[in-house]
Design a protein around this ligand. Structure first.
Ligand code: ZN
Length: 140
């Protein structure tokens, strides 16, 4: 039987509203507080273990986790299907464009992978993006 995929509601520009709403429901006062929680530490570890501690986009050591969704099941760790191990450089690329946060959550896929693969995998730019992402997370 062919599985019908329900049409996705467009939520362009709204992922962070969803995140804020879910954080509130879970009793967190900020995303920072969530990222510092034991809950997140456990989820993060599960994602790294599943992905062999490798960035899914370039294969470097994963230091961060990219959210493809901020739905409640993901935030509670009921599922880790929408979380992707990432290095800081690739994470920056998927979250930002021209120094601004992307309006939509970037869906990491094979195309992203090969695009990044063909470019400066180990370059100084990658390291620079890595630092920028760390700074962006700290400021979140
Ligand atoms: Zn990477």
């Amino acid at each position: 039987m062919k599985k019908k995929r329900p049409k996705k509601k467009k939520r362009a520009g709204k992922p962070y509203k969803t995140r804020a709403r879910n954080l509130k429901r879970m009793g967190f006062t900020s995303y920072r507080e969530y990222l510092e929680s034991e809950l997140w530490a456990g989820i993060r570890q599960r994602v790294f273990t599943r992905d062999n501690h490798e960035c899914l986009m370039c294969g470097r050591e994963a230091t961060q986790v990219h959210h493809k969704r901020y739905n409640m099941d993901t935030m509670k760790g009921v599922t880790i299907d929408h979380l992707v191990s990432s290095c800081g450089g690739c994470h920056y690329r998927v979250e930002f464009k021209n120094g601004k946060r992307r309006a939509r959550i970037y869906n990491v896929n094979a195309a992203t992978e090969s695009r990044i693969d063909n470019h400066e995998r180990t370059s100084a730019l990658h390291d620079e993006l890595d630092r920028q992402m760390a700074a962006a997370i700290a400021a979140d």
